[in-house]
Design a binder for this molecule. Structure first.
Ligand SMILES: Cc1cc2nc3c(=O)[nH]c(=O)nc-3n(C[C@H](O)[C@H](O)[C@H](O)COP(=O)(O)OP(=O)(O)OC[C@H]3O[C@@H](n4cnc5c(N)ncnc54)[C@H](O)[C@@H]3O)c2cc1C
Length: 296
């Protein structure tokens, strides 16, 4: 079998390649600056895109590689990736399954898994999809054979005329790659209370994250720290949820966590159903005790 990947970064290209490479030859089309970092994941041939990527010129470049000649086109589901998938699907009349987090290939068909009802259920579907968009971070990149074939592709002129770029205010956070996350919910009450949580973040060497009300509605934390369906999907070794009720849209973002510890004053809070360890109590009483215990 023959597969083509489009991902914007080496980690996702490597993750998808690691998933596919035992089933056939993997080719990948990625941004030129990611080519070197992507070359140790068993990808047979890497096409490096140069120029400014927009959905239309990336889709055009992928189309030139004749996606129909591949058994499957796997696209990392970023904002750009989703648009690219839509364009290619419509132009090439290839069925596309979106937001897939796992899949298997069986007798020329694909069985995809994706969350449904806001993450409450998993929908497993068999289809003849030839394009899938995969949620970033779904597969861990594992080293494989080094890539030996490379080709540069100059992106064609886009119909989009870029007038100005205003970078989002960036904080130095990377919750998607964090091993330990201390996540706060509406239960912290006000922005100033975050200071009281910081000793736990420091004692665990973790990253601070939050639920949607904290990051989006009240802006107590930056949007980049939001975990959930409409935020980041995280898979830390330990996820500590403080004053988070555990609504399904939040769970959708932290379900991949290995160990979940929840502190909530409501013993019936749904978060406890997702937790390995649960403490019923006031976070402002419990957090100092956790810090004390960790320091010992
Ligand atoms: C389309 C859509 C997308 C969404 N996407 C996301 C998303 O990406 N991420 C997300 O988080 N949400 C998302 N939501 C919102 C989600 O439905 C919930 O509203 C949200 O997760 C609730 O946040 P919370 O747990 O912080 O607040 P609440 O539900 O208000 O929970 C606060 C909790 O804190 C506890 N508490 C209060 N005080 C204390 C204290 N002193 N000590 C201990 N516990 C205390 C309470 O018992 C309660 O359980 C989305 C919703 C929709 C409709």
């Amino acid at each position: 079998m023959k597969f083509l990947i489009f991902a914007e970064d080496s980690k996702n290209a490597g993750g998808i390649a690691s998933k596919l490479r035992n089933s056939g030859n993997v080719h990948a089309i990625i941004m030129k600056d990611q080519v070197e970092a992507s070359s140790s994941y068993g990808i047979k041939k890497i096409y490096g895109l140069t120029g400014k990527p927009f959905a239309d010129n990336v889709a055009e470049s992928i189309t030139k590689l004749n996606p129909s000649s591949f058994d499957l086109l796997v696209i990392s589901s970023t904002t750009l990736g989703r648009e690219v998938a839509g364009i290619i699907s419509a132009k090439e009349k290839l069925l596309c399954a979106t937001e897939v987090f796992d899949f298997t290939l069986q007798n020329g068909k694909i069985v995809t898994k994706r969350f449904f009802y806001g993450g409450k259920t998993i929908m497993e579907e068999e289809s003849e999809a030839k394009i899938i968009t995969v949620t970033p971070g779904s597969f861990d990149p594992q080293n494989g054979e080094k890539t030996t074939e490379f080709e540069d592709i100059q992106l064609p002129q886009s119909k989009v005329n870029l007038i100005e770029t205003k970078p989002k205010e960036k904080s130095s956070t990377n919750i998607e790659g964090a091993n330990i996350i201390v996540s706060v919910g509406r239960g912290i009450g006000k922005k100033e209370s975050i200071e009281k949580i910081m000793p736990l973040v420091e004692a665990t060497h973790g990253e601070l994250a939050g639920s949607r009300p904290v990051c989006l509605d009240y802006k107590w934390l930056s949007e980049e720290r939001q975990v959930g369906l409409s935020g980041k999907k995280v898979k830390p070794k330990v996820y500590i949820a403080l004053g988070i009720s555990g609504q399904i849209q939040h769970i959708a973002g932290m379900r991949g966590s290995k160990i979940v510890v929840a502190v909530n004053k409501d013993k019936d809070a749904p978060i406890f159903q997702e937790s390995d360890y649960g403490i019923v109590g006031d976070i402002f009483m419990v957090v100092p005790k956790l810090v004390e215990a960790l320091k010992k």
